[in-house]
Design a protein around this ligand. Structure first.
Ligand SMILES: Nc1nc2c(ncn2[C@@H]2O[C@H](COP(=O)(O)OP(=O)(O)OP(=O)(O)O)[C@@H](O)[C@H]2O)c(=O)[nH]1
Ligand SMILES: [Mg+2]
Length: 454
């Protein structure tokens, strides 16, 4: 059955059979075509010219044929009947060879046999609609795919496994308990509500909702940074060792290093990670007055990077006191005194600087630690569950706003009914995170970030 999108949009999602290539575009060892919907098995059986259904959840060796009965590919067929499948519908996967030409041909054949092209994120959206996962878990899938470091991937996994969604649902339950109590009071207006009772409810909101949600919000910036990454600019006078530092931190000879002042002219980028946070490190031209127009342009770029980077590292040269006192030292986040290997043992590092020697590798671990702190890492022994998406942060901000408005209204019996409005607003904001309620526009927004085949 084929329905068009529109008013029956929700219905069509449930009744069409969709197909897409689920593996990344490009060459690969294997490529997977995924089908979901009531006609999946039928389409797969016709594609593979089989007359009986393959065994459930077992790999079956099959051939896929085109309409002229010639073999397109040989591979494995997997059949997951509803509801125990990724989407909760009938799902079939064909694992063939990772050639885009072959995969496209098989996909086109599936379309000819009645499947519809899947939209971005449509498999996951169906999984959410069918209660196979909540919305935050579906977002955990994108986070997993997008994670640039292992630490980010571990956080994404906790979202994907439902840990975050369960926590949010627990807060929703607690809030429902409070709402039920307040509404019970309102239902019996002739009875005096003991003040103590309302006090207790307010305290409960504070302890079980406000405090933990505020703590979570405080770490949200770091959670988002774990996925989006941060920029760290290295600035300072010429020849102090900026490019040497970039190479040392990045673990490869990305930048040219020389004892001539003014070696680096342009901004050089190198991606690496600091305690599992993805960082784009920027090496810049040494800042000095110069008549050379190319170098001037480089210096202007260096200053621009220093102004916009998340963290600015100022490097000075212990042997060149003029490099310690530039204007840029004031605005930098971290001040480094390099080449301390050239100084006598009794030499004291000027206050406010961290002594390092890039050529000896001295002080670099300490530098990484300080950089992580500047990037918002609390260096806990056990990682807390972090908010990793702006959408979740926004919903929690609105939850807190509504709760803060509800609390004073709960002090007075006369305004008690108004407080329930705020408490319900808080509940609705939490529900948006896990995707409960009538939230088609939210689903549209979330799933537009997905790739086809997910
Ligand atoms: N002794 C010693 N020499 C260093 C150290 N770090 C860098 N150098 C040397 O200092 C010189 C300049 O290093 P670069 O990394 O090119 O300096 P830069 O700040 O990028 O210089 P520009 O690109 O010209 O601004 C090179 O000869 C490096 O080998 C250090 O810790 N100790
Ligand atoms: Mg350089």
């Amino acid at each position: 059955m084929v329905c068009t999108e529109g008013e029956a949009g929700h219905l069509s999602v449930m009744t069409t059979t969709i197909a897409a290539i689920a593996t990344a575009a490009g060459r690969g060892g294997i490529g997977v075509i995924r089908l979901s919907g009531p006609d999946s098995l039928n389409i797969a059986m016709r594609l593979c010219q089989r007359h009986e259904a393959p065994p459930v959840r077992h790999a079956t060796l099959v051939k896929a044929f085109d309409e002229a009965d010639s073999v397109l590919d040989e591979g494995l067929l997997l059949w997951f009947p509803a509801p125990a499948s990724f989407t909760g519908e009938d799902v079939v996967e064909f694992q063939g060879h990772g050639s885009q030409v072959i995969l496209q041909a098989i996909l086109q054949r599936c379309f000819a046999l009645g499947a519809q092209p899947a939209k971005a994120g449509e498999f996951s959206r169906r999984a959410v609609s069918n209660g196979r996962m909540d919305l935050s878990q579906a977002e955990g899938i994108i986070a997993c795919i997008d994670a640039a470091t292992e630490r980010a991937a571990r956080q994404a996994q906790r979202h994907l496994s439902g840990e975050f969604g369960r926590m949010i649902q627990q807060y929703m339950q607690q809030l429902l308990g409070v709402i039920a109590h307040v509404e019970a009071c309102l239902d019996f207006p002739e009875e005096d509500i003991p003040e103590l009772f309302l006090d207790e409810l307010r305290q409960q909101i504070e302890q079980t909702l406000l405090i933990p949600l505020e703590a979570m919000l405080q770490r949200a910036g770091f959670g988002e940074r774990l996925f989006q990454g941060a920029t760290v600019a290295i600035i300072g006078a010429p020849n102090v060792g900026k490019s040497s530092l970039l190479n040392a931190l990045g673990g490869r000879e990305r930048a040219i290093v020389s004892d001539q002042a003014g070696t680096t002219r342009d901004v050089l980028e190198l991606d690496f990670e600091v305690h599992g946070i993805p960082v784009r490190l920027l090496d810049t031209a040494g800042i000095r007055e110069t008549d050379d127009v190319i170098e001037q342009a480089g210096v202007a770029r260096a200053r621009a990077q220093a102004a916009t980077a998340d963290v600015c590292l100022f490097v000075a040269d212990a042997t060149q006191p003029a490099s310690w006192t530039m204007a840029e030292v004031e605005t930098a986040d971290i001040r480094l005194m390099n080449k301390i290997d050239l100084m006598p043992d009794d030499w004291r590092i000027p206050a406010g600087f961290l002594g390092i020697s890039v050529s000896r590798g001295y002080g670099l671990d300490g530098l990484l630690q300080i950089m992580a702190q500047h990037l918002g890492d609390e260096l806990e022994s056990e990682e807390t569950l972090l908010i990793t998406r702006a959408r979740h942060r926004d919903a929690i901000e609105r939850t807190l706003q509504a709760l803060r408005q509800a609390l004073p209204l709960m002090q007075d019996e006369a305004s008690l009914d108004l407080s329930t409005l705020q408490l319900r607003r808080a509940h609705a904001a939490l529900a948006e995170i896990v995707g409960f309620g009538n939230i088609d526009d939210i689903l549209d927004r979330v799933f537009s970030e997905f790739c086809i085949g997910k």
